[in-house]
Design a protein around this ligand. Structure first.
Ligand code: PLP
Length: 373
């Protein structure tokens, strides 16, 4: 079956032309400029393929291992550089899941795997995060969903859209559950690096032999346009299968993305970028938290990590209608409705994007609309 559009992408398509004046939905740190990297780039660099490896630039693969704390657990040969975490998820899913297989994913969560599973005619089971309990992932419920037919479990950590974290202990327990039936476990870490309530969680590729870590430079580093991400897995066949599928789609990585991402992940540069992003983001997150606390028609569980969270609208306010009115004149403010995650009474709020997002302006317009509702 062909891949069908998801509500989240439909909303983005419908609103691309809207030209908003403010954003309350940015999910990534303020993007650096090309000029920030020029001193570290070689003008004589060839724009051919990297000429070194079909897995991706070796130096970049080592940086990926180091930034994830995987040194000593995984090697650079366990890494495939991909066009973002999105391609990493795609390659892993398509090579692992066959029609009729059972997969488990979370709701609310990143919809990519559910969309692919439907097209693949795999059976999807959803583990429901518990809003009353701060969007906790109920591990007992997950355990009950797992059967001998479970081929793959896909989770995000930190979770998109709630910013909830899984701890090292949670991850070990989930790996044990998966191991009992030989299931693969993808943990998408695209939002890792900006944790507010705990240290960054360990990567699953270092915990479980059938664990696949996916990630990218898109979110905490704001480098989404580079289209550079990765997949890490200790299973040599899985890694080779990903390379084989990639050879038949995008073939190889874009060398500019690889080279700039390698510079961005150099330890000094990475720690400064994360420090800056943390400083700016936490201040904005506190501001948003105060706003939501003082707004009687909104409530939320403040995200434990990352730049986005889900807010609940008071009863009777439809998230879709609200997001569309807020985007229209005179408010011209963008946010993502909860329907993108199957929740009609919620909206996704985000604090990324830096000053150009004009969050303050967006929130004041949102208050005007809420007051009229
Ligand atoms: C959980 C999750 N995974 C993957 C992606 C895709 O990210 P990338 O730009 O690395 O492909 C996103 C983008 O929003 C995301 O939220």
């Amino acid at each position: 079956m062909k891949v069908k559009i998801h509500t989240l992408f439909q909303y983005l398509l419908d609103t691309t032309q809207a030209d908003p004046e403010a954003f309350i939905g940015f999910s990534l740190a303020e993007p650096p400029k090309l000029g920030d990297f020029l001193d570290d780039l070689d003008p004589d660099m060839s724009l051919d393929w990297n000429l070194k490896s079909f897995r991706g630039l070796p130096e970049l693969r080592q940086r990926v291992i180091d930034q994830a704390g995987l040194a000593g657990l995984c090697t650079a040969d366990d890494v495939v550089i991909t066009a973002g975490a999105a391609e990493a998820n795609y390659l892993a899913f398509m090579q692992l899941v066959q029609p009729g297989d059972e997969i488990i994913t979370e709701t609310p969560g990143w919809p990519q795997i559910e969309v692919l599973a439907k097209a693949r005619q795999a059976q999807v089971k959803l583990v429901k995060r518990d809003e009353a309990n701060g969007w906790d992932l109920p591990l007992d419920q997950l355990e009950n969903l797992i059967t001998e037919n479970t081929k793959l479990i896909f989770l995000t950590n930190p979770n998109n859209p709630t910013g909830k974290l899984l701890s090292a202990q949670d991850l070990r327990r989930i790996a044990q559950m998966a191991d009992k039936v030989g299931a693969w476990l993808i943990i998408d870490e695209v939002y890792a690096g900006l944790e507010w309530t705990a240290d960054r969680a360990p990567s699953i590729a270092g915990i479980y032999e059938r664990g696949i870590t996916t990630g990218s430079v898109s979110k905490a580093l704001g480098l989404q346009g580079l289209r550079t991400g990765w997949l890490v897995c200790q299973d040599k066949n899985m890694v080779m299968d990903a390379i084989i599928l990639r050879e038949n789609s995008s073939e190889i990585m874009n060398v500019m993305g690889e080279v700039i991402a390698e510079v961005a992940l150099r330890p000094d540069r990475l720690s400064k970028a994360l420090d800056d992003a943390r400083r700016d983001s936490i201040a904005t997150l506190e501001y948003l938290d105060r706003y939501i606390t003082s707004e009687p028609k909104l409530s939320w569980h403040r995200p434990e990590a990352g730049l986005i969270g889900l807010a609940r609208l008071s009863a009777g306010i439809d998230g879709d209608l609200f997001a569309k009115r807020l985007l229209a004149e005179p408010y011209k403010t963008f946010l993502l409705p909860g329907s993108a995650y199957g929740l009609s009474n919620h909206i996704r709020m985000g604090v990324g994007g830096g000053a150009s997002a004009k969050l303050e302006l967006g929130l004041s317009r949102m208050s005007e609309l809420l007051a009229k509702w």
